[in-house]
Design a protein around this ligand. Sequence first.
Ligand code: AMP
Length: 355
Amino acid sequence: MGILLASEERVRPLTEGPITVATLCSHSSLQIFHGVKAEGLPTLGIARGAPPRYYQAFPLACPEEFLSVPTLAEIGTLLPRLKETHSVLVPHGSFVEYLGATEFAALDVPVFGNRNVLAWESDRRKEREWLDGAGVPMPRRYEEIDEVDGPVIVKYYGAKGGKGFVLAKNRLALKDFHPTGPYVIQEYVLGTRYYVHFFYSPLSETGYRVGSGSLELLGMDRRDEANIDELYKLGAQEEILRAGIRPTFVVTGNVPVVLRESLLPQVFDIGARIVERSLELFGGMVGPFCVEGIVTEELEFKVFEISSRIVAGTNLFPSGSAYSDMVAPRLSMGRRIALELKAAQRTGRLREVLS
Ligand code: AMP
């Protein structure tokens, strides 16, 4: 089964000569450029304003060319040069967030992976439909506050970095909750968080088979989140709230983790189901994605979120991770993207990895 994503017109210029890999200088860009350069492909950094100075400190990750725009809304002015250089855009969290999922999807430049996936990921209802349909275990969802019978987390749609989330240890604690926008009420799962970095290749003919391609596990991290991660030091919730501190989940960094090996069948099954459902719903998810979940003391992996593009946790592994080292030596997510592009170009299958 082939997934046809990109139009003939977008792909034709890329069939000969080297493809340039371009992305916004932020988020996971250093790691992407580092891996792509290691594979010998040209790189291009898109900067808001002047190219970031910290790039000078990382020569192995510095792109050969920078293009600058005052704001990302003006990215359209870069299209001629992006086309001239046969650029393919790699979406990452900041790129999509700063530009907007709809605007990103409308760009007239080839994108690595399926650009339609971004609309499914950025809408909590659509995401739920996707994950529910995939049959993956998720935290229970309450339709009404009256149904709440345990600890919950209330999430506003599109809330970035967990800002404005409300934690309540029971229904009573929600009596003063006055929503300021559309929200969902989720069971607050007690356990340990894991962020699993997958890569789905529609081209690969070996490995863990899913659809007509294969699913690779390239790394895993846990996010450091301010201020929730250290709040326990201040004692009980009521006292914290009385002190006027609201818990937030703002990601400040990442730490590497590995899972108990006996949990790997569960996470591969979850990853495979998510890919299979994406094939049915919107033509498939190609390339990097991240399954974000909590392992309970019953050793059940519950998925609370999915990121359908490269996540910043992959920045931990420019030289490979505990998992990717067993796929290929020194395999980073950036390098994996470059390898897929090269394989697609070599075999005339670019349409299956681009949109
Ligand atoms: P999200 O915006 O859904 O990625 O959530 C941000 C953070 O909130 C996560 O990284 C977790 O620390 C926490 N979180 C989200 N959902 C749950 C849940 N159902 N149970 C416990 N913690 C959660």
